[in-house]
Design a protein around this ligand. Structure first.
Ligand code: SAH
Length: 390
């Protein structure tokens, strides 16, 4: 089997599964893009099997410590393992979940979401994309779904040199369905929506934040299809306003609100501009939620991203009443706990507020974190109560 000899100081010797271009000592046997390769240390000892893409910054991703082919049997076994793990989780509602999450389930680049009888597949690495048919067979063997849809339209495919695609792979056209999240509803449109219209990783956090919302004038920034706004409304918020810059997202949010007979004020605006205007006016809130998109995918643009993060925190604090709550999220793994906390600290100093931590949040448990792959931990959140500086 062709493969790579890895540098002695590479992260793979610390339990990681990725090999970056800078960590390669030698290539042997002329591996082809998308091939399964063998990884070796400098003494020629095997480190396992990996998928190979010389175009990507992450040249190799190990998926097994043994010699292993990527065939339908292998995919079936990995999906069964993912299923066994999900059965141990207490997810609500149980029919909507991330079943396979890439490296965290031993399938680098493969994402499988279940929405009742419908499956949404992403194959975001070259090797997995090439083996899409075997993965589809394995899904049919293990799950017997009604429909399998591919949503390979994410920008994260670009660094792998993959084009974007979406469509039906098996079965009839998926139906638009409704998920009951307990007191509020979300329309799930697996093929028609921008993304799928749902952020499964936040589903538990809707309830955690809503638990703080009773009687509060609430502002949900970056609402997308309304998750936090709807949850807060259901939990007895005094009034709820929600902002997003995407009209198609707000359209789904409005329909979600109708399903729950909720009155929410939807604003199509840029959050930066809106908060600035609100801060110069009289508008005040008792709960502000910030759930922006990942401002950075690359480490290089982290500095700009942090400036953006600080800016929205400062503006949010300015429209928050004393005693109000700021619930804030970051979904970039480059922004670790300390970095995120520092941004909030800086904003609090500028806003002359003291912030008391009342809750911390993370990604839902169907997006498991691996200790040796820190990149798998990407969603962080805090809720702070604003108190006057002593
Ligand atoms: N809170 C949402 C997910 C947010 S995703 C949920 O739980 O479902 C980020 C959202 O931010 C997207 O819907 C995107 O349209 C919106 N967005 C991105 N930049 C924005 C900006 N500058 N102003 C307002 N909305 C923005």
């Amino acid at each position: 089997m062709p493969g790579l000899v890895v540098n002695p100081r590479a992260r793979i010797f610390h339990g990681h599964d990725w090999v970056y271009a800078s960590e390669i000592k030698k290539t042997f046997g002329d591996p082809q893009p998308g091939a399964v390769i063998s990884l070796k240390d400098f003494r020629d000892r095997p480190l396992g099997s990996a998928i190979y893409n010389p175009k990507s910054q992450i040249v190799a991703r190990r998926f097994s410590r043994r010699r292993q082919e990527l065939d339908t049997d292998f995919f079936t076994r990995r999906i069964e393992r993912a299923l066994a793990h999900r059965r141990t989780l207490d997810l609500a509602p149980p029919g909507h979940r991330r079943l396979v999450w890439s490296e965290s389930d031993g399938l680098p680049g493969v994402i499988i979401d279940q929405y009742g009888e419908d499956i949404v597949l992403q194959t975001n690495t070259l090797a997995m994309d090439q083996r899409r048919n075997s993965i589809v067979e394995a899904i049919e063997n293990t799950l017997q779904p009604r429909t399998i849809v591919e949503r390979n339209d994410s920008a994260i495919r670009t660094p792998e040199g993959l084009e974007t695609r979406q469509g039906i792979l098996r079965g009839p056209a998926p139906e638009v369905s409704t998920a009951n999240l307990g007191g509020f509803f979300q329309i799930v449109n697996v093929l028609g929506g921008q993304k799928t219209g749902v952020y499964l990783d936040q589903w538990d956090n809707y309830h955690h934040v809503a638990a703080l919302a009773k009687d509060r004038r609430t502002l949900d920034c970056f609402t997308n299809s309304g998750g936090f706004a709807l949850a807060c409304s259901a939990a007895g918020a005094r009034e709820v306003t929600a902002i997003d810059s995407s009209e198609p997202c707000l359209e789904i949010a409005r329909q979600n609100a109708v399903l729950g007979a909720m009155e929410i004020k939807w604003i199509n605006a840029n959050v930066f501009d809106h908060l600035k205007d609100a801060a110069s006016g009289e508008t005040a809130y008792d709960l502000v939620i910030l759930d922006p998109p990942s401002f950075t995918r690359r480490k290089g643009s982290l500095k700009d991203a942090l400036r953006g993060y600080k800016e929205i925190h400062l503006r949010a604090l300015k429209i928050l009443e004393m005693g109000g709550i700021l619930a804030t999220f970051s979904c970039s793994h480059h922004v670790n706990h300390e970095t995120f906390m520092n941004v909030i600290r800086d904003a609090a100093v500028d806003a002359k507020r003291q912030l008391r931590l009342v809750a911390t949040f993370s990604q839902r448990s169907d997006h498991p974190v691996l200790a040796t792959l820190p990149e798998t931990e990407y969603l962080r959140g805090f809720a702070f109560e604003t108190i006057g500086a002593w």
